[in-house]
Structure formats: structure tokens, C-alpha cells
Design a protein around this ligand. Structure first.
Ligand code: E4P
Length: 227
């Protein structure tokens, strides 16, 4: 399963790009607005941090298919590199997805809450569908179950569309989605750190340090081998 960063916070993206094996960055209008900065500058800065090879998913804000496609073309040309336009699952969105795919633009269908929305987006040619796991859980739906069924649907129908599960609040949600066979998740920078944190890991490292120091003092492996 691939990991993407769901953020427009440049420090958070920079940290994830430096330390974690990320496949790209996803944004949405809320995430971008929270950065409270120049939109074009922000996109270029994100691209500079992650490079051209990693995916950058950016959402359109128009509601009409023709305008969505125009935004998609302009975003693709402006952002460059591995680019995916995020288009919401509406009737106009489905029309726009098919038009974008006819032009060879990468598409992620977003705001997915049901299996049938995902199937329709896949049939329209979307490269990714983004089901909102935590938002489903908050609505007394079962986000993991919905994703599991989308995985099955795509398998049974030989669809190449990939599942980019989104909207996460807990490590457990991420783990269950990994077990479902989904292709990728997009998570915020804080959740990246939580996913690798365990108190016993920290305890074990402290014990290694103490045992080592009793014999070798402050010297590290590097110091001893350099002597
Ligand atoms: C990603 O593409 C989604 O827009 C995002 O993950 C939604 O997350 P939220 O439910 O935490 O706002």
C-alpha cells in the first residue's frame, strides 16, 4: 500500500518527504484554504519539495463539467510532473472525468461515500477513487467495510481504477484499510508519525543506549570506527 500526504502545510510535507517513503501529496479546497497563502505559489512549493516523480493531487472548484476540464488542463500545465486532478463524484463530475481521460489527464474522483459512486467513477475512467473513511465512520456508516467492498467490486469487474482511501483519524483505520487490499492511503503528517510510534520501541532504544554507554561511554560506532 502506498502512502500519500494529505496536507498543504509545507513544513509537514517537507518532513514527510524527508523521512517517510511517500508516493505523493493530496490536497482539497479545505486543506489549501487552511494554508492561507497564495494558491499558485503553494502548488509550486509543494512540487519543488516532492519533485516531479511523486504524485500531486489537486481538486477543481468549478461545478460545471466544461469548467472543471478547463481547470484540470490549467492545473496540469501549471503544476507539471505526476499530476492528478481531483474531481468530485457528481453528474457534472462524471462528464468531466470522461473528458479529462480523453485528453490523457490523470483523474482522482473524490468525496466517495458509497460503493456505487466508486463503481460509476471507475467506469467513467478515473485512475483513483478516494473514499472518505473517517467521515463515513462519523455518519454511522462503516468506512472500512465500504472500502473492502470497493476492492472486491473492482476485482470482480477487472477494473484498473485504484483506491486512494482518504479521511483518517486513527492508526487502526489505516491498518484496516491496508488489510483490505486498497492501493493507497492519504494521511496527515501527524498520523505518519503516530503510525511508527510505539512506547516499547522507545524503551528498547533507551536500553540499548544504557548498555552501550556502560562499556563505550559517549563514543558512537562512527567514532570508534574512525579512530
Ligand atoms: C482527501 O483527499 C480528502 O479530501 C481528505 O482526506 C478528507 O479528510 P478529512 O475528512 O479529515 O477532512
Amino acid at each position: 500500500m502506498l502512502f500519500m500526504v494529505d496536507s498543504a502545510d509545507l513544513n509537514g510535507i517537507r518532513k514527510c518527504a524527508e523521512f517517510f517513503p511517500i508516493a505523493g501529496v493530496t490536497t482539497n479546497p479545505t486543506i489549501v484554504s487552511s494554508a492561507k497563502t497564495d494558491f499558485k505559489k503553494l502548488l509550486l512549493e509543494i512540487r519543488e519539495i516532492i519533485g516531479d516523480d511523486k504524485m500531486l493531487h489537486v481538486q477543481v472548484t468549478s461545478g460545471d463539467a466544461e469548467d472543471m476540464v478547463r481547470e484540470a488542463e490549467m492545473l496540469r500545465d501549471f503544476v507539471g510532473g505526476e499530476f492528478y486532478v481531483k474531481i468530485p463524484i457528481t453528474e457534472q463530475g462524471l462528464k468531466a472525468i470522461q473528458m479529462c481521460k480523453a485528453e490523457g489527464i490523470g483523474v482522482t474522483t473524490t468525496a466517495i461515500f458509497t460503493q456505487q459512486q466508486a463503481l460509476m467513477a471507475a467506469r467513467a475512467g478515473a485512475d483513483f477513487v478516494a473514499p472518505y473513511v473517517n467521515r463515513m465512520d462519523n455518519l454511522l456508516s462503516d468506512g472500512v467495510h465500504v472500502v473492502e467492498e470497493i476492492v472486491q467490486l473492482f476485482k470482480h469487474q477487472n477494473l484498473d481504477t485504484k483506491i486512494l482511501a482518504a479521511s483518517f483519524k486513527t492508526c487502526e483505520q489505516v491498518h484496516k484499510i491496508a488489510m483490505s487490499g486498497a492501493h493507497s492511503v492519504t494521511i496527515n503528517p501527524e498520523l505518519f508519525s503516530s503510525l511508527i510510534y510505539h512506547p516499547m520501541t522507545m524503551y528498547s532504544l533507551d536500553a540499548f543506549d544504557c548498555d552501550w554507554a556502560e562499556v563505550y561511554g559517549n563514543k558512537k560506532v562512527l567514532d570508534i570506527l574512525s579512530e
